[in-house]
Ligand binder design. Structure first.
Ligand SMILES: Nc1ncnc2c1ncn2[C@@H]1O[C@H](COP(=O)(O)OP(=O)(O)OP(=O)(O)O)[C@@H](O)[C@H]1O
Length: 270
């Protein structure tokens, strides 16, 4: 029997007034993987992740996280929203105390060590932290819950390149040590490449491609245009065409990188 997926959505939709932010979304996110969710602005990623975190309820369809209703087991899921919200009037230390009070599995040693390493002063009010500092605090709160699943909506957008790199490395390390499943939305394919072993490209509520990153790279090839008859064309350009095939077809001119692969799917569904 296959393991319970991290997330399973069937015909999932969410409407705001008369407008669908997400509709007819059919998606499986595997457990035990670090999944990168990539898509253009307005694809519905934040809506999907907010539904997964139990912050929104579906207008149609169903969604399960770890086999249950989103939000039904809050200790299992660490969620960092896009704007990495914190309580502006509370200090860094008060955030950690609140985390300890609200979460049975709270890892105070992890939280204090991380805060010290990042140079955040325990007595500083969160409202006076830089954008990067607030993001790091929000990420610390999510990690110190020691959840089974981490859902991150572009958490590193406000971090400088070095802080971003450090965070991604730390996250990767945590997933290996604690058997943590991650669903990470990002516009930066380079970050996805560094961190993730599973990729989902979502455009207009639909999964356009999903799979193990290494497998996807091994089964996409750049061929001379026009592609051989019958080829599964992802995106055709004047010089080269990206095709999906188990083995390199005749006319293959090169391998494909993750950025190129993602761009081809985005381009094809623009
Ligand atoms: N609270 C809301 N009220 C009205 N419309 C909304 C709301 N939230 C999202 N939408 C709309 O739903 C669509 C999907 O938005 P969503 O934020 O989920 O996309 P996204 O893929 O996360 O985009 P981005 O990459 O820009 O963050 C957009 O057209 C957006 O304007």
């Amino acid at each position: 029997m296959s393991p319970t997926p991290l997330l399973r959505a069937r015909d999932l939709g969410r409407k705001f007034r008369r407008r669908w932010a997400l509709s007819g979304c059919h998606l499986d996110v595997p457990a035990g993987r670090i999944t990168g969710l990539v898509g253009p602005n307005g694809a519905g990623k934040t809506t999907l992740l907010s539904l997964a975190a139990g912050l929104l309820t579906p207008t149609s369809g169903t969604i399960e996280v770890c086999g249950g209703r989103p939000g039904s087991r809050p200790a299992d899921v660490g969620f960092v929203a896009q704007n990495t919200p914190v309580y502006g009037r509370l200090t860094v230390a008060e955030h950690l105390e609140l985390g300890a009070r609200l979460n049975a599995g709270w890892d105070m040693a992890l939280a204090t060590e991380r805060i010290a390493r990042l140079g955040l002063r325990p007595g500083q009010r969160a409202g006076s932290l830089s954008g990067g500092g607030r993001a790091q605090l929000a990420l610390t709160l999510a990690l110190a819950k020691r959840p089974r699943v981490l859902i991150l909506d572009e958490p590193v957008a406000s971090l400088d390149p070095l802080a971003r790199h450090d965070f991604l490395r730390e996250l990767k390390d945590a997933t290996e040590r604690w058997d943590l499943s991650v669903l990470h939305s990002s516009h930066l394919v380079s970050d996805v490449e560094l961190l993730c072993d599973y990729l989902i490209v979502l455009v207009a509520s639909r999964v356009r491609v999903a799979g193990d990153v290494r497998e996807l790279l091994a089964t996409h090839h750049l061929v001379e245009s026009p592609a051989p008859a019958g080829a599964h064309v992802v995106s055709a350009g004047p010089g080269t065409t990206l095709v999906r095939a188990d083995a390199p077809p005749p006319g293959t001119v090169g391998t494909v990188g993750l950025e190129q692969l993602v761009l081809a799917y985005l381009e094809a569904h623009r």
